[in-house]
Design a protein around this ligand. Sequence first.
Ligand SMILES: Cc1cc2nc3c(=O)[nH]c(=O)nc-3n(C[C@H](O)[C@H](O)[C@H](O)COP(=O)(O)OP(=O)(O)OC[C@H]3O[C@@H](n4cnc5c(N)ncnc54)[C@H](O)[C@@H]3O)c2cc1C
Length: 144
Amino acid sequence: MDIYVIIKRTFDTEEKIELADGQIQNEGANYIINPYDEYAIEEAITVRDKFGGEVTVVTVGTEEAEKELRTALAMGCDKAVLIDSEELEDQDQTTTTDILAKFFEDKSFDLIIAGNVSIDNGTGQIGPRLAENRHCSCCNHCQT
Ligand SMILES: Cc1cc2nc3c(=O)[nH]c(=O)nc-3n(C[C@H](O)[C@H](O)[C@H](O)COP(=O)(O)OP(=O)(O)OC[C@H]3O[C@@H](n4cnc5c(N)ncnc54)[C@H](O)[C@@H]3O)c2cc1C
């Protein structure tokens, strides 16, 4: 099976977070794989170990996210992809989904797993939007 897991780099909410002017300060903050995405990775690995195939993790982010991708590889994933969004301004849920949908356009996949929600922005938008995105070639429903 070709299994993909989309993951997000987030603040570690168990660490102390510094605020200034109501904004989280990036400087010195500790980052982790979004915890719900870790569950998604574990599920993907379980499915792969049962049915065969490979697990690829994908993130839309900056090169700092390589650390979390390496963690995913250490957890047992086979491949990791960074889609660099460094140049992108005002990256919202629509642009993130569009970028992911474009990535999957020419990919063959059996399963894409997302976390249900990120622990920072926390809108729970990306998984359902990707599933419904018309660029997605996962099933006939999406192409109608
Ligand atoms: C105006 C505006 C500007 C923004 N500008 C930036 C910016 O410049 N840079 C930036 O990084 N963010 C930016 N953001 C935040 C970014 O849009 C969201 O964090 C992102 O779209 C995901 O939304 P979410 O955190 O609510 O994820 P949710 O929808 O809650 O996440 C659900 C699941 O989707 C998957 N997922 C979420 N994000 C990603 C990702 N990036 N890659 C792969 N899988 C993912 C994970 O599996 C996750 O568990 C901005 C947001 C807004 C509103």
